[in-house]
Design a binder for this molecule. Structure first.
Ligand code: GDP
Ligand code: IMO
Ligand code: MG
Length: 430
């Protein structure tokens, strides 16, 4: 086995950080290939908890090279904060590499993200307001600023001047917001560029060399399948390709180098931000707690309460198809221990039509009414100490097997708590 893509299969926050950190030690390199500091990946090591936004979750392993690939967008201030946090904790960032082709999030991207959301009013996307959409917008319009541009003051000033000619009138005349000068931006960005200079490199070339040397690469997806700009629930999505295909375009290595696609799947569903979510519920557990509280479902990046719902098998099957999943890591199974019975969505009824895959048409998906199956739960049994599949109560085993059936993919990990050790391995090849 050589390289693996790890990808979110729902609307994000499935526990990608935990599983990435768990398996990263088997790899020589971990690569983030899309997204920016809209991501919030939690890693729990002993009694320490880290919320990572930009830096790959392989950073905890000193021998592992951590790459922020060309498909990412980078907020230099957030990246430096993370670097400082790790260094202060004695975790070396010497092996961190940032692509010169990754795009830079500028202050006006953040302003415009907020302004566009305000303009959309009740139709807003519920973005993280980190400037992600406007930064990718500039990339696609071929007027973006890249990490390599930060390294040459003349080039940076020239590109900034041209960008501001376009951005300032928008900020001033349309949104009545403060404008920027080149000097003002250079004052904050150039010192950050100097600090980041040692990290910026040609990561595509580096990854190619690693592949040629037979090294193993782990691609760490951010966001998730249903937030993908092409395959997600458009327009309520993020602005990058979070699905497995993004791993090759967002890093610069060929498809033949990827062996496995590990889908991270939560045992129920959560979503932050706007947009349809067929199985959403405001469910009270018998103890009177919501699933949000039970699973501690609050955003790592924005602190927003995550919307929660029953597991959606239609989405699981869809994610298996668009990512080409070979394995599943089923996370947060312990959170379902408070229910007498557990519901799984196996199909949708959309305007009188039955769907067993996510309908392409936006209005059909918005109208989707879940068709549920109900399974007995394992209420009252604390499964967070289980370390082998056989130790799980039979009802929990049956639930896992039903998910495998619905997704048509084998479950290779069951996660029963946030810690590294709170994991059951069931067939993952190291
Ligand atoms: P990511 O964005 O996919 O990396 O996920 P987040 O870190 O945003 O959210 C997942 C949350 O669930 C974090 O607080 C994790 O520490 C926690 N977590 C991960 N796996 C498990 C699990 O199996 N059980 C429980 N109870 N918590 C988990
Ligand atoms: P991780 O990697 C959950 C959501 C936002 C919003 C939409 C667009 O931790 O799983 P954006 O700021 O990207 O333009 O917002 O995408 N979103 C996430 N939801 N987890 C994330 O990342 C997310 N990143 C973006 O809430 O609905
Ligand atoms: Mg997250």
């Amino acid at each position: 086995m050589s390289s693996t893509v790890l990808v979110g299969t729902q609307w994000g926050d499935e526990g990608k950080g935990k599983i990435c950190d768990l398996i990263a030690g088997d790899f020589d390199c971990v690569v983030r290939y899309q997204g920016g500091n809209n991501a919030g990946h939690t890693i729990v090591v002993g009694d320490k908890k880290y919320g990572l936004h930009q830096v790959p979750s392989g950073i905890m392993y000193p021998q592992c090279i951590s790459v922020i690939g060309n498909g990412c967008v980078v907020n230099p201030a957030v990246l430096l904060e993370e670097i400082d946090m790790f260094e202060a904790d004695g975790i070396s960032t010497a092996n961190l590499k940032v692509s010169g082709n990754a795009h830079v999030i500028m202050p006006y991207h953040i302003d415009l993200d907020g302004a566009y959301e305000e303009l959309l009013g009740s139709h807003n996307i519920g973005t993280t307001k980190r400037g992600i959409g406007p930064c990718y917008q500039d990339k696609m319009a071929r007027i973006g600023i890249r990490m390599q541009d930060l390294l040459d003051e003349g080039v940076f000033r020239d590109k900034m001047a041209r960008a501001l000619d376009r951005v300032n009138p928008q900020l001033e005349l349309i949104f009545h917001r403060p404008t920027y000068t080149v000097d003002q931006i250079c004052e904050t960005y150039l010192p950050m560029a100097e600090r980041l200079r040692p990290y910026i490199t040609e990561t595509g070339l580096l990854l190619g060399e690693l592949v040629d040397a037979g090294e193993r690469i782990l691609f760490e997806g951010a966001q998730a399948t249903l937030l993908d700009i092409d395959h997600g629930t458009y327009p309520y999505v993020t602005s990058s390709n979070c699905t497995a295909g993004g791993a090759v375009t967002g890093s610069g290595i060929g498809m033949k180098n990827v062996d496995r696609v590990l889908g991270i799947m939560k045992a129920y569903i959560t979503r932050v931000g706007s947009g349809p979510m067929p199985t959403e519920l405001a469910y009270e557990t018998p103890e009177g707690r919501t699933l949000t509280e039970q699973g501690y479902e609050y955003g790592v990046t924005t602190g927003r309460r995550r919307r929660c719902g029953w597991f959606d098998g239609v989405i699981a099957r869809y994610a298996a198809r668009v990512n080409g999943l070979t394995d599943i890591a089923l996370t947060k199974l312990d959170v379902l221990s408070e229910f007498d019975t557990i519901k799984l969505c196996v199909a949708y009824e959309c305007n009188g039509v039955r769907y067993t895959t996510v309908p392409e048409h936006e209005s059909a998906f918005a109208a989707a009414v879940p068709v549920y199956e109900e399974m007995p739960g394992w209420r009252g049994v604390d499964i967070s100490g289980c370390r082998s599949f056989d130790e799980l109560p039979e009802a929990a085993q049956n639930y896992v097997h039903r998910i495998e059936e619905l997704a048509g993919t084998k479950v290779s990990f069951v996660s029963v708590g946030p810690g590294r050790d709170q994991t059951i391995e069931c067939g993952w090849e190291h």
